[in-house]
Each structure stands twice: as structure tokens, then as C-alpha cells.
Design a protein around this ligand. Structure first.
Ligand SMILES: [Zn+2]
Ligand SMILES: [Zn+2]
Length: 343
């Protein structure tokens, strides 16, 4: 089959031929790829940023946002038939460790991460486990949802976590209305009655946020003026939750100023250090909460919202062999929505 592989770091991906994956354990499933999302993480992988963390041996096939059809399954796989349309939770998990038994797939002690530390979905077929597959509603196609397997899942995970403690009348601020943020806005509007304020530096992103249902949008400029505007919207009390999809360029320092006493600050983006005086943390009892991808159940719930038309994703489709153009377009910020490879 055709695969697109990392051959060396700091070098372009290469299209080559590889044997199709095979069933080697009774719960294995081989999925025929219908769509694989092209993600900024793929660019970071090529830059070698993940080399030490993943320990993956080169060459290997990347692509961690995958959807398609069940092609072959191990003897013990039940509830899935050949030809079923599926999305893949990004991790292959054991189901037996403590984290798995809590439904906390991301922290599985024996997991594989196809596309990161083993062969992924820039290919015609991928091997995963039965535990990782969610059957798609007949209205949904692999190209519609593949990119929700990572970016969408991360946005859902954090917004669902925030929504569990948000009450009607509360305020939630979303910092960023870009790739993850615009999914987060749709999720929050679908599952929370809290009033949603979206902050972004980009006017177009805010127009989109408004269209997607944001109650208020605030343009962030160079200074801290926008903080006053947000506080004003909350009756000078601050928001119960701030979801920071950016966490770069000083966003956490200004973000915290928009938080109410005992509020929750959800960190999703990364790139800067938290530099908050500890006396401010204890005197106001604010919380900082990290967020990493999402669980199987998070993805299953997100697929319900997708099937109901409450979360939609704009995609630009490329053929698998045009992978370089997709990566170049993503690097140059030329992709509208998310780039998807189709074999
Ligand atoms: Zn991704
Ligand atoms: Zn596990």
C-alpha cells in the first residue's frame, strides 16, 4: 500500500510502498483510511520536536487524525462489522490499567499513539484496536470528521470539563477563535447555558465566532484594554471559567485578570510559562487546569454533536500523494479550516 513516511527529521516526508498492516492480536482492527487530518503536530514531528518524547524509530508513517471503514478484524472483536464507517480515537489503549478502568484513555499506561509513536494514517490502511473505534452516524462521512479526532476532541474535552461546573448565569471566556477555538465555541453553545465571551486578535475569527453563536466578541489589541471590556460584560466580577486556546504571547497573564474569584483557568494552548504570583492564587482560590486530548467517551459525545449538526468543521481536501502541498499550505497559513488527506 501507499504510505507517507517520516524518513529523517528536518527533511520532507516521502511517499513509498509498505506492506499492509496485519491482524496479530484478537482485538486488532485494520481500518481502510477514508480521511486523515493534517495537523500542526505533524509539522512539529518533522522538526524533530517529538523525537525524544515518542522514541519512534524511523522511517514510520505519520497521521493521527483518522477515519474510514473497518477492513479486517481480530477473532475477539464484537460490535463492529467489515465495512462499518468509523472514527479512530487517537490512542490504542489496553483497557486493563487503572486509567483505562476510569475511562481516562489518554493516560493509559500501555498505550500506543498511531502517527506519533507507531504507524499512523497517511496511508491506505491503519492498524488500531477495537477499543478505539466509534461507529459513525450514517449522515457523517470520514472526510467530515477525521480532523475532529484530535483538534475537535481536545476542544470538546476542555469545554465539557468546564461545562460540568458552569451554571446558567455564569460567564465563560474563550481566548482564541481559531482551529480549536471555533470548535470549542460550538461545543460550549451546545452543552452549556453559560454566557460565552470570545476574545481574539483577529477580526475575521471574531466574525466567525459570532456566527457560531458567541454571545459577545471582544477584539484583543496590543494593550490590556480588552480586559476591561470583558470585565464590564461580567458586571466587573470576572468569568467563572477562562479557556485559553492560545497560552502564548502573555495570554495567561491577561487571561487571569478576566477570572472571577475561585474561577477555573483551563490551559489548552502551550508555549509560555505561567507566571502568576502565588499570593494571587491562594487569596482568590483560583485553579489552573491542564488539558490533553480527550477520552473515548469525549469523542463519542462529540460525534453525537456532529451528527446533530451542532459541531461542523470546514475542511480542504487533498489527495494522499499531494501531502507536501497540504503541509506547505498549512505552514503558510493557507488552509481554510482543516486540511484532510484522502487516499
Ligand atoms: Zn492533530
Ligand atoms: Zn490502559
Amino acid at each position: 500500500m501507499r504510505v507517507v513516511r517520516v524518513v529523517k527529521y528536518h527533511q520532507n516526508l516521502e511517499l513509498s510502498d509498505a506492506p499492509e498492516p496485519e491482524i496479530t492480536s484478537p482485538l486488532d482492527v485494520i481500518v481502510k483510511i477514508g480521511a486523515a487530518g493534517v495537523c500542526r503536530t505533524d509539522i512539529h514531528i518533522l522538526e524533530g520536536q517529538w523525537a525524544e518524547k515518542s522514541g519512534v524509530k524511523l522511517p514510520y508513517t505519520i497521521g493521527h487524525e483518522n477515519a474510514g471503514w473497518v477492513h479486517a478484524k481480530g477473532d475477539s472483536v464484537t460490535g463492529l462489522e467489515i465495512g462499518d464507517k468509523v472514527i479512530l480515537h487517537p490512542l490504542v489503549t489496553c483497557g486493563l490499567c487503572r486509567a483505562c478502568r476510569f475511562g481516562d484513555d489518554v493516560h493509559c499506561e500501555n498505550s500506543l499513539f498511531p502517527g506519533i509513536n507507531t504507524d499512523g494514517g497517511y496511508a491506505e490502511f491503519i492498524k488500531t484496536g477495537a477499543r478505539s473505534l466509534i461507529k459513525l452516524d450514517e449522515k457523517l462521512e470520514p472526510t467530515d470528521v477525521a480532523a475532529l479526532a484530535d483538534a475537535g476532541l481536545t476542544a470538546y474535552h476542555v469545554c465539557a470539563k468546564a461545562a460540568r461546573v458552569l451554571r446558567p448565569g455564569n460567564f465563560v471566556v474563550s481566548i482564541g477563535a481559531g482551529g480549536l477555538g471555533h470548535i470549542g465555541i460550538q461545543v460550549l453553545k451546545a452543552i452549556s447555558a453559560a454566557t460565552l465571551i470570545v476574545v481574539d486578535r483577529n477580526k475575521n475569527a471574531l466574525d466567525l465566532a459570532k456566527k457560531l453563536g458567541a454571545d459577545h466578541v471582544v477584539l484583543a489589541g496590543e494593550g490590556d484594554e480588552f480586559v476591561k471590556e470583558v470585565l464590564n460584560l461580567t458586571g466587573e466580577q470576572g468569568a467563572e471559567a477562562v479557556v485559553d486556546f492560545v497560552a502564548e504571547g502573555g495570554s495567561t497573564a491577561t487571561g487571569v485578570k478576566m477570572l472571577r474569584r475561585a474561577g477555573n483557568y483551563y490551559v489548552v494552548g502551550y508555549g509560555e510559562n505561567l507566571n502568576i504570583p502565588t499570593i494571587d492564587i491562594i487569596s482568590t482560590e483560583i485553579n489552573f487546569i491542564g488539558n490533553l486530548v480527550g477520552s473515548y467517551n469525549d469523542l463519542a459525545e462529540l460525534m453525537v454533536l456532529a451528527a446533530q449538526g451542532k459541531v461542523t468543521l470546514h475542511t480542504s481536501i487533498y489527495k494522499l500523494e499531494d501531502f507536501q502541498k497540504a503541509i506547505d499550505d498549512l505552514s503558510a497559513g493557507k488552509v481554510r479550516g482543516r486540511a484532510i488527506l484522502v487516499p
